[in-house]
Design a protein around this ligand. Structure first.
Ligand SMILES: CC(C)(COP(=O)(O)OP(=O)(O)OC[C@H]1O[C@@H](n2cnc3c(N)ncnc32)[C@H](O)[C@@H]1OP(=O)(O)O)[C@@H](O)C(=O)NCCC(=O)NCCS
Length: 151
């Protein structure tokens, strides 16, 4: 697998992976502005045939990286692609002089929470009924650079 930036040609596959991954999936139209947005940084994992294996990205807000979505296609989960993707996003954040990264994850998504904790993210808040006005979101943060707890 190699990583590419977000390109329009990937959007149909990303939208398909969104639908198999999330109850409120982002559509192609929702991702389209990020293709041109210089403050949007994405990594798209592509296999030898050019198919999308995983993707994730963040929006730069001053020196913070606000992660939008992270997903691995269903047939390839549990094989280390999520870890490779997160490592790539942290590398891209460092290159962008980001100090802290943050994301929201649905409370109870043990797989994703385990992934984030393994990279040093910690839960610093809870947004009540954030998803579909039903499920709580955990707000997780990671400090990178000098104060990082993983490097
Ligand atoms: C969350 C997701 C991106 C993880 O990707 P993945 O390729 O399956 O993860 P990896 O194989 O790289 O595993 C990375 C870590 O995740 C955690 N993890 C993976 N599967 C797990 C499981 N079944 N239970 C608990 N933790 C798990 C572990 O910490 C694991 O590290 P380890 O193998 O050293 O123990 C993937 O499952 C996914 O796309 N899920 C659906 C979409 C989603 O929930 N995205 C996150 C939204 S915030």
């Amino acid at each position: 697998m190699r990583f590419d930036s977000l390109k329009t040609k990937y959007l149909p596959e990303i939208a398909r992976i969104e639908r198999e991954s999330f109850s409120a999936p982002w559509t192609e139209a929702m991702y389209a502005p990020d293709v041109e947005d210089e403050n949007a940084v994405y990594a798209v994992g592509v296999d030898e045939s050019g198919a999308v294996v995983c993707y994730g990205g963040f929006h730069k807000v001053l020196d913070e990286a606000h992660i939008t979505n992270i997903a691995v296609r269903a047939c390839d989960r549990g094989k280390g692609y999520g870890s490779a993707l997160m490592a790539k996003l942290i590398e891209l954040a460092r290159q962008s002089n980001i100090a802290r990264m943050t994301l929201e994850v649905r409370d109870g998504n043990e797989c994703a929470v385990g992934l984030y904790k393994s990279f040093g993210f910690s839960v610093e808040g809870i947004r009540k009924r954030y998803y579909e006005n039903r499920f709580d979101a955990l707000v997780m943060w990671l400090t990178i650079g000098e104060e990082s707890n993983i490097f």
